[in-house]
Write a new protein. Sequence first.
Length: 116
Amino acid sequence: QVQLVESGGGLVQAGGSLRLSCAASGRTFSMSRMGWFRQAPGKEREFVATITWNSGNTYYADSVKGRFTISRDNGKNTVYRQMNGLRREDTAVYYCHARRGGFDYWGQGTQVTVSS
C-alpha cells in the first residue's frame, strides 16, 4: 500500500501562483511514477502532469504546458507542482497519484480555486 498526502491548495487570483506538494509513505519502493490529476465540478477527472520516479521524465497535459512544473525529491518521497499563470479554468480538486506494481494510488484531494 502507498499512502499519499497532499498540501498547498487554496484560493488565488487569476494570474497568481500556487505550489502543491504530495508526500508518499508506506511501500514506496518500486514506484514507477507520481503525478497529479484534477476534477472540476461537473467534469470527469483528467490528467495534469506526471514524473517518472527513476529517470525524472515529465509529461504534461496540453492545457498546463508552460505554466505548471512538476518535480520530485526521491529522498523525501515527495512530488511538487508549481503552478504559475493560474486561470479560472484551473479551478478543481487536485488529486495526487502514484503508480506502483500496476496499481494506482490516490490522495484525498486538495481544492484549488482561482478567482477573477
